[in-house]
Design a protein. Structure first.
Length: 217
């Protein structure tokens, strides 16, 4: 009986240590890019491109919040990092701005709802967050969130015709184009165009091959 209790205690302690190392310290303990290891990272690092051209990378101020699978876009010279998954795999509603001029970060108004793998675009001085996934089940959503930096407020725009996450998003002629993505039924060939002036979606000629930045189960 004592042996069973001892094994149980050891298992609990071991599990706690593993949890701490993997989730809490995981990012610190992961292998880093040579020359950028934490604690003694140089401010610059020179590399050579495949074409043989010398390039230089600069280490800048890190994000205040550790996240992955974020959406990124620029509005009026500020870089917005939107949503994502935190160190515990939870959906984040965080929005943080990076100012390249001052090499500094500030927190912005959070998303109305947490999102990861969302499409993000900047048009006409506003930030648009298109679709994405919600929760650990990677559930596609239809939402369109619109942020106005002047008022620091979010509002809801016209929802996507179909819920999707992990789509490719681009801006052309002041309109937002959404290519593919992952639906409940799988990857799609759909191409959509959103016109901010009239808050309306329009279907365009689909792609020949289904595409998503994340392949669902």
């Amino acid at each position: 009986m004592r042996a069973v209790i001892f094994i149980f205690i050891v298992a609990v302690i071991g599990g706690a240590i593993a949890f701490y190392v993997y989730w809490v310290r995981g990012i610190e303990l992961l292998p880093q890019i040579p020359g950028f290891s934490q604690g003694h990272a140089p401010k610059t690092r020179e590399t050579v491109s495949p074409q043989g051209v010398k390039e230089k990378w600069d280490m800048r101020a890190p994000m205040p919040t550790e996240r992955t699978e974020v959406g990124v876009a620029a509005v009026d010279g500020m870089v917005y990092v939107v949503g994502g998954l935190d160190a515990f795999g939870r959906t984040s509603d965080a929005v943080e701005l990076y100012d390249p001029k001052t090499d500094s970060w500030v927190k912005s108004s959070p998303l109305p709802e947490g999102r990861h793998h969302a499409g993000v675009a900047g048009v006409g001085g506003k930030l648009y967050v298109v679709g994405g996934f919600s929760g650990i089940r990677f559930t596609p959503v239809k939402t369109l969130f619109i942020y106005d930096p002047k008022t620091a407020l979010w509002k809801w725009g016209a929802g996507l015709p179909e819920a999707r996450g992990a789509a490719a998003v681009a801006v052309w002629q002041n309109r937002i184009w959404v290519f593919g993505g992952n639906l409940e039924s799988g990857d799609t060939t759909t191409v959509l165009m959103y016109d901010p002036a009239v808050d309306r979606w329009e279907k365009k000629t689909p792609m020949r091959i289904a595409y998503a930045q994340f392949r669902g189960a």
